[in-house]
Design a protein around this ligand. Structure first.
Ligand SMILES: Cc1ncc(COP(=O)(O)O)c(C=O)c1O
Length: 381
């Protein structure tokens, strides 16, 4: 049965007064997520401390992420950000031998390139994969960069700057043939697009819960394929990364036998409440239904934008895009501000106004966006 999208929309009070199109920046706060945050406060006021319950919340988030990505819970680390997950992973890799190359696409979010450049002090050599003039990063460019010296490839699913989707499965296939690992950054797609890490063939995946997963900032995840866990020992760790958190052993580091070894300290408890509720909302609707709904709305938006002569940085091809529609502007910061004055909330990067849709958006939001852009035509490229 098709989900009741109007009922879903009604869970987000902000939509009563704003055309909110910035979910790839920060997802809206839904009523069930607000209730979960209140629940955290109620539990604190009532119980004081509840370590067992708090660890249970982190485990509920782990279970939810495992279900969304088609992994086992033992393959998920609950972290405080995507950056924390990448750092823990990087710390476990050895760059001292001949296989010391890190390949990163030019479509990565800065954190995913900066952390790998930080490994240069440990012997890593970073090679960037450039985009093509048509605005994508074709597989041939990855073919050229990935070789027998490549340790790991970082590839984003959907580019945060222009909404272009990369061929992750294609990159993973090339990497596998050449003995390299693959880290997928799915922050701009998880919750909005169906992701099966096993089908994609990636070794690791990172993201967080504040965007399309409808949770909050300060919580993220790292997926680690079960086959790699034993051989990777992070040097960025802590007591919540141990085999037994309660062992309190100060004479040894005893990493968890699961992906929990990529965690560090006390879980972000309040954020776990919010993330559990956000993931719950997504799972209730089902990601395939959400993805189809977003594809429909973004498709309608792109067709109408093209009809009104807007130039798009995002491909119209469904296989090359996700939930973001990037519109070229001569002054994206000013245009974003003008739209915000009309209650149309977007964000901008790289000369583009980014309209980032979730399943709670509808045709009225598309209409408000088009009206806002038409009223500011002089700022369109
Ligand atoms: C694609 C992508 N990767 C990584 C990040 C950064 O994540 P964090 O701040 O959790 O480290 C973002 C944040 O916007 C992002 O969009």
């Amino acid at each position: 049965m098709n989900p009741d999208w109007a009922a879903f929309r009604a869970l987000f009070p902000t939509l009563q007064h704003k055309a909110y199109l910035a979910s790839g920046s920060y997802g809206l706060l839904g009523a069930p997520v607000a209730a979960a945050i209140h629940q955290y406060m109620d539990d604190r006021l009532e119980k004081g401390a509840d370590w067992g319950g708090w660890v249970g919340k982190a485990d509920a988030v782990r279970d939810g992420m495992a279900a969304l990505l088609n992994t086992g819970p033992d393959e998920i680390a609950v972290t405080t950000s995507a950056s924390a997950g990448i750092n823990a992973l990087a710390s476990a890799l050895d760059f001292s031998g001949p296989r010391n190359k890190v390949v990163v696409s030019n479509f990565e979010f800065p954190t995913g390139a900066q952390i790998w450049h930080a490994q240069e002090r440990r012997g890593a050599v970073v090679e960037h994969v450039p985009e093509a003039p048509d605005g994508g990063v074709p597989l041939e460019h990855f073919e050229r960069a990935i070789d027998e010296r490549t340790k790991i490839v970082q590839v984003t699913h959907v580019c945060y700057r222009n909404g272009q989707r990369l061929d992750v499965a294609g990159v993973a296939k090339i990497a596998r043939e050449r003995g390299a690992l693959v880290l997928l950054d799915c922050f701009q797609s998880v919750g909005a697009m169906d992701i099966d890490v096993k089908v994609l063939g990636v070794d690791f995946a990172v993201g967080g819960m504040l965007k399309y997963l409808l949770g909050t900032a300060g919580i993220g995840f790292l997926y680690v394929d079960r086959g790699h866990i034993e051989g990777l020992i992070p040097t960025v760790g802590g007591w919540f990364a141990q085999a037994d958190t309660n062992a309190m052993d100060i004479f040894a580091n005893d990493p968890a036998p699961t992906a929990a070894r990529f965690q560090s300290g006390t879980p972000p408890v309040m954020n776990c409440y919010a993330a559990e509720a956000g993931i719950g909302l997504i799972r209730q609707l089902g990601v395939p239904a959400i993805e189809a709904r977003i594809r429909e709305i973004t498709g309608e938006a792109m067709d109408r934008l093209t009809d009104t002569s807007c130039q798009l940085a995002t491909s119209r091809d469904n296989a090359q895009r996700g939930p973001q529609v990037a519109i070229r502007s001569t002054d994206a910061a000013a245009l974003t501000e003008r739209l915000a004055e009309r209650g149309v909330i977007t964000s901008w990067r790289d000369g583009n106004v980014r309209a980032m849709f979730h399943a709670y958006n509808d045709a009225s939001d598309v209409g408000a966006l088009i009206d806002g852009l038409m009223a500011n035509r002089e700022l369109l490229a």
